[in-house]
Design a protein around this ligand. Structure first.
Ligand SMILES: *Cc1c(COP(=O)(O)O)cnc(C)c1O
Length: 469
């Protein structure tokens, strides 16, 4: 027998490992089946290691402890909270809006109990789930009627399919948007069965282009808010109010896809004005579509508001059933919408608005308080300082607007690139991963979205970088 196979025969059996007290504790925590699996996997890894010539700890307690590490890793949920210090408040890859406490409570209650989802408590008869939020949506937007689906992409799809299947959808070439995640207006049109009629040019579309394209049998005229880009220079677009007059004259519905529609005038909170849903309705759009988890600050949802007869038609489309929202989100949507009834306290209660409107001085003070902790955690390999930076709204809203913010920059003392990448990776490996952004050869932690200061400092203690002790 050579040395390697001799070592392999010394590897303990699964049963031997399971008899140790460490394994006993693991079984109490994780259950026997999971522990058996983890011990097997550990022993397999040991055999592989030994064949490769590694020195391997094969004591019973070592194996049990290694299995424990595997189990710990395995129970960590895949859906994990992170600290979003990217400076993008509505970060699509980090889950967009953080919900208000009232919405969280309403969602939790909806999960725990039966509820009157499609049940009219007055008559005792079957009800409609949309009716739970219809009045609120109408009140906040001035629309006649409203309905709700899974997200705004679904809202656009459903509207196009209902009003424009096998018919023309007239849209300006300047508004044929692509937003992230393969949502391209021409593709959605095709899937909805609508015939795309593109008019005008990329930079200029005139009323005469619409007049030439819109006929009485046209399905709809579509106006799309170019949420994630701006066309500047020699440009022309037809305002929604004028389009509404034309569409009404020809008896064709005007649909306005606002994307990140807001329900309040953001300038009231010191932010740049973004078109509100009420404005779009007042301008004469027959249907307006917008997202729940962008500026509105609620859960993922798509809202369709507008003319009663059209909403009724949309609700009769069989696709509506496939795109409907579940009770948990409906509860969170209702609670979020209710907050808008008290605009004076909205900023305090709605995290999206609270973060967007957070004064720069607050963020600077926070950065100064956190500087020593960050400095200690990243170690001597980095120069750490408080810096000015620019946050963004995100999710395509006001793409060119930067909101003055502040953060902490970690600049590698020596050769930069690989140290920065290692630091970013170490921050992502924390119990609550910290996501910053690399900019100007520094890792910048924009603190606009950091509210749990104590949690952040505690979490940072676990940081392990090449430079830290
Ligand atoms: C974001 C956006 C959409 C899609 O909304 P989701 O809620 O992400 O599905 C559609 N149209 C416009 C103009 C948008 O900005």
């Amino acid at each position: 027998m050579n040395r390697q196979s001799a070592a392999l025969t010394r590897i303990p059996s699964v049963d031997e490992v399971l008899k140790t007290s460490v394994a006993g504790d693991l079984i109490a925590r994780f259950g026997r089946q999971a522990v058996v699996g983890a011990v097997r996997a550990t022993l397999d890894a040991m055999r592989t290691g030994m064949r490769a010539g590694d020195s391997v700890q094969s004591g019973l307690e070592d194996v049990a402890a290694a299995a424990g590490v595997r189990l710990e890793r395995d129970v960590r949920p895949n859906v994990r909270p992170v600290f979003n210090l990217t400076g993008t408040v509505l970060h699509t890859n980090l889950g967009r809006a953080i919900l208000a406490e009232a919405a969280v409570e309403a969602a939790a209650a909806a999960m725990r109990q039966a509820l009157a989802l499609e049940f009219d408590l007055e008559t005792g008869k079957r009800g409609e789930r949309d009716s739970l939020v219809r009045n609120l949506l109408c009140e906040l937007t001035g629309a006649q009627d409203a309905t709700i689906v899974n997200n705004n992409a679904a809202a656009v799809l459903l509207v196009l399919n209902t009003l424009s299947r096998d018919r023309d959808s007239v849209v300006s070439r300047g508004e044929l948007i692509e937003i992230g995640g393969a949502f391209r207006m021409p593709d959605i049109m095709a899937r909805a069965g609508a015939r795309l009629v593109e008019i005008g040019t990329t930079n200029r579309t005139h009323m005469k282009d619409y007049e030439a394209a819109v006929r009485p049998d046209t399905g709809l005229v579509l106006k799309v808010h170019t949420s994630n880009y701006k066309i500047r220079g020699f440009t022309k677009e037809v305002p929604a109010r004028e389009l509404a007059a034309l569409a009404r004259g020809r008896g064709v519905p005007l649909v306005n896809d606002l994307g990140s529609g807001t329900l309040v005038d953001l300038s009231r909170y010191g932010l740049v004005h973004e078109p509100t849903v009420a404005e779009a309705v007042a301008e004469g759009a027959d249907i307006v579509t917008f997202s729940g988890d962008k500026l509105l600050g609620g859960p993922q949802a798509g809202f369709i508001v507008g003319r009663k007869d059209l909403i009724a038609q949309i609700n009769r489309n069989p696709l509506k059933r496939a795109l409907r929202v579940d009770k948990v989100r409906l509860a969170a949507v209702e609670a979020t919408l209710r907050l808008y009834r008290d605009p004076d306290r909205l900023q305090e209660r709605l995290p999206t608005l609270r973060m967007l409107a957070r004064p720069r001085a607050d963020i600077v003070a926070l950065a100064q308080r956190l500087l020593p902790a960050v400095n200690a955690a990243v170690g001597a390999g980095f120069a750490v300082s408080v810096v000015d930076c620019g946050s963004q709204i995100g999710s395509g809203a006001l793409p060119e607007e930067q909101i003055e913010s502040a953060g902490i920059a970690c600049r590698p003392a020596g050769q930069g690139g690989s140290a920065l990448i290692a630091l970013a990776a170490a921050l992502r490996a924390l119990p609550v991963p910290v996501i910053g952004r690399i900019e100007d050869q520094a890792l910048v932690l924009d603190l606009r979205c950091l509210e749990d200061e104590t949690g952040f400092v505690g979490n940072l203690r676990a940081l392990q970088t090449p430079g830290s002790r």
